[in-house]
Design a binder for this molecule. Structure first.
Ligand SMILES: [Zn+2]
Length: 374
């Protein structure tokens, strides 16, 4: 067969790939493009322009040096014709090359490590929520590249108590885009006036949400770092204005309000399970954690407590959740959603997906309600 050439575009929000050869769409040669100022590489997002109906075979070379090599076995890449419906496609890993195969029915096909969540998506999330009179939006500080770090504050007039708020922080690791979809589900239910658990929760605490603490990393298609190469979730006890102003901005706000509970939203490249990372905490908080996890087990059949990563060690104050446990005396948890799939309940078409992340966000309200109200 005569070669069919392709054009590959990654010059857009969140785009990331290094193109080596596009001479033949059946043998595209690619490499991962690392974060702009660090060695971390794993995230990819690009569009292939080539005639429909011709199988596309993409070889991404050298992926054994990625940030999480264990992320490749059993991984299946995400493809989309319209940027809305992201399905998994045939993907194999031979120890150094990730090979992705897909026969498109359209002339432009997007490929991504996970369904992307752009700055526009974040602005739509904020804008939809802000139509509710109980929601206000402020700016906690600026990123290194001068993008605002937004905070949504949900404050219901029925909350007359003085308890510190429930906090959620998203996108410390900008490539972990499932957190954006999670927040859509969480906020949708939180603001639903017919949902009695959400109403009871808002009568007990205000809710503060940082939908994207790392807007520069998100725009640049970084996996784990900000513009200066900082892994924000290793900066909570040592952030400086030069290296991690994003952490300083949110930390200052957190210290001003305190927190009743804090959820730090992440994705796990390797482990195919929804889980919270382990943490040392005083006995009363461990009791709350057990109650919280018990409630989430009932609310969400995607959640489990048998499998978890040991990211950052059992107690590392550079991590937001561990820092918050120590300094704010609140139940602080790092939520991990899978990039691959939930091995307990695999979905052959979508894997772990935006829809399932949204659903987890919906179900999380039940666990917050049990911890903070019941
Ligand atoms: Zn993470």
């Amino acid at each position: 067969m005569a070669p069919v050439s392709a054009f590959i575009d990654s010059n857009f929000h969140g785009g990331a790939i290094t193109v080596v050869s596009t001479d033949d769409v059946r043998a595209l040669e690619l490499r991962l493009r690392p974060d702009n100022a660090s060695e971390f590489a794993q995230w990819f997002y690009f569009r292939v322009h080539a005639p429909r109906g011709v199988e596309q075979v993409l070889h991404i070379r050298g992926v054994e040096t990625a940030a999480f090599p264990k992320g490749w076995p059993d991984y299946r890449a995400c493809v989309s014709a319209d940027g809305e419906d992201w399905r998994r496609t045939e993907t194999s890993f031979d120890g150094s090359t990730l090979t992705i195969r897909h026969t498109p029915t359209t002339d432009v096909t997007a490929y991504a490590y996970f369904a992307p969540y752009s700055a526009e998506d974040t602005q739509r999330l904020i804008g939809r929520a802000a139509r509710d009179p109980r929601v206000s939006v402020d700016i906690l500080g600026m990123s290194l590249e001068n993008a605002p770090i937004h905070r949504l504050v949900v404050k219901d007039p029925t909350n007359k108590g003085g308890r510190p708020p429930l906090w959620l922080v998203s996108r410390q690791h900008p490539g972990e885009t499932m957190s954006g979809f999670f927040l859509e589900g969480f906020l949708g239910r939180l603001l639903d006036p017919t949902d009695s658990a959400a109403r009871a929760l808002l009568a007990a605490v205000d809710v503060h949400i940082v939908p994207d603490i790392n807007p520069d990393g998100s725009r640049r298609g970084n996996l784990r770092t900000n513009f200066a190469g900082a892994n924000l979730n290793r900066e909570w006890d040592r952030a400086t204005p030069e290296y991690a102003p994003e952490v300083l901005a949110v930390r200052t706000a957190l210290e001003a309000t305190g927190a009743s509970q804090l959820l730090d939203l992440h994705g796990d490249e390797a482990l195919p399970y929804v889980h919270f990372i382990p943490a040392d905490m005083p006995a009363p908080l461990l009791e709350r954690r057990a109650k919280f996890e018990g409630a989430l087990l009932v609310a969400s059949s995607d959640f489990q407590t048998e499998h978890s990563s040991t990211l950052g060690g059992p107690n590392n104050p550079r991590l937001l959740s561990h820092w918050a446990t120590r300094n704010l005396d609140c139940l602080a948890l790092t939520l991990e959603q899978p990039f691959k799939d939930n091995a307990l309940r695999p979905d052959p078409i979508y894997g772990w997906s935006p829809a399932r992340a949204r659903r987890l966000g919906v179900d999380m309200i039940s666990a917050c309600y049990v911890d903070l109200v019941k």
